[in-house]
Design a protein around this ligand. Structure first.
Ligand SMILES: C[S@@+](CC[C@H](N)C(=O)[O-])C[C@H]1O[C@@H](n2cnc3c(N)ncnc32)[C@H](O)[C@@H]1O
Ligand SMILES: [Zn+2]
Length: 326
């Protein structure tokens, strides 16, 4: 990625920034301590994060959601080798070469583990997160000069309309109280002909082993979303061990030795992944206060109602959807 930086922010990002308080354009302060709008509203830049979270108070469940993910991505903050094989699944439908020269937004970037794959192609990219996960993202994305890390709620993102050619939001909207409203809001930042890539939780349309697993996890969540994050981190290891050695490993063995009863076990997407990825995902599933799960007939109207054209939609233990604005 080329940087085009004259300061701590890529020029292509700076020109798109708008003050969340008054809507005016901003300039970068010469000492790199932040940005200031034409009305004098200032937003700090510290430890690689440009922080707009001071502009408003989180609404509804948002404060708890940010506390949960802020803890998660700072507790599990390292870039991991297995992220590469997960990225193959996340970005399978994306034309990476087509991203060259474009400006992207990764809305709800967490620790930035997937932002980095797009950063290699995009001319400039904003890694945005509403929680203190932005701090972990700043550490992990420091090697990409074309990436700006911004802390803000995606629904109040400090950007001019139609700022981005490519918006990714991976595993984020299903954690909002009103996911479709969040989607509509994100689309205000999408340029004409721009593309959007989503990952959203799915649920099986009929009852099967996976839906039974989801019901068990929903029951557990009534408890686990109420305990402290460090306590939940401790609990996640034995729960993950039960799933990994009870389902993933037997399934892996069944697949290798053609034993259909074992090969058909759920959690097949973890086969070949290390145990630590199961611990992280167990914490993730049990901690986030809000989650929605979808079947396609509930998601298709999102695209019909917003006039987007769906280029690809596949459910691989979650919906991966690529769409564009005509
Ligand atoms: C499951 S994590 C996914 C992170 C990253 N996309 C990944 O796949 O590794 C969801 C992220 O979305 C962020 N998030 C949730 N609601 C948000 C909102 N309203 N505005 C900005 N970020 C939000 C959380 O803080 C969290 O880091
Ligand atoms: Zn202002």
């Amino acid at each position: 990625m080329q940087s085009g930086n004259s300061s701590f922010l890529p020029a292509k990002v700076l020109e798109r920034l708008r003050c969340p308080t008054c809507g005016k354009a901003v300039v970068a302060l010469p000492d790199a301590s932040g940005v200031e709008c034409g009305s004098g509203h200032r937003f700090a830049h510290q430890d690689g994060v440009l922080d707009f979270s001071t502009a408003g108070k989180p609404q509804g469940s948002t404060e708890r959601t940010f506390a949960s993910f802020g803890y998660e991505w700072n507790a599990f903050d390292e870039v991991r080798t297995e992220d590469e094989s997960f990225a193959d699944v996340y970005f399978r439908d994306v034309d990476f070469e087509g991203l060259r020269g474009k400006v992207g937004l990764d809305a709800g970037c967490g620790k930035g583990r997937y932002t980095r794959f797009l950063a290699e192609y995009l001319e400039a990219e904003v890694a945005l997160d509403g929680s203190s996960a932005a701090e972990a993202a700043a550490r992990n994305l420091a090697e990409f000069p074309g990436v700006a890390v911004v802390r803000s709620d995606l629904r109040d993102a400090p950007f001019a309309p139609e700022s981005f050619d490519f918006i990714s939001s991976l595993g984020v909207l299903h954690h909002l109280d009103d996911p479709f409203a969040g989607f509509e809001r994100l689309l205000t930042f999408l340029a004409p002909h721009g593309q959007v890539l989503l990952y959203l939780y799915s649920r099986p349309p009929t009852r099967n082993l996976r839906s039974i697993g989801q019901s068990c996890s929903a029951a557990l969540r009534t408890l686990t979303t109420r305990i402290s994050h460090p306590a939940l981190k401790r609990v996640s290891t034995p729960v993950a061990a039960f799933l990994y050695w009870g389902l993933v490993k037997p399934g892996e063995w069944g697949e290798k030795h053609d034993v259909a009863a074992l090969a058909g076990l759920p959690m097949d997407s973890y086969r070949g992944s290390p145990f630590r990825s199961m611990i992280l995902d167990t914490f993730d599933r049990l901690s986030a206060p809000v989650e929605h799960r979808y079947i396609w007939s509930e998601l298709q109207p999102w695209f019909d109602r917003t006039g987007l054209v769906v280029d690809a939609a596949r459910d691989e233990t979650g919906w991966f959807i690529l769409a564009h604005r005509p």
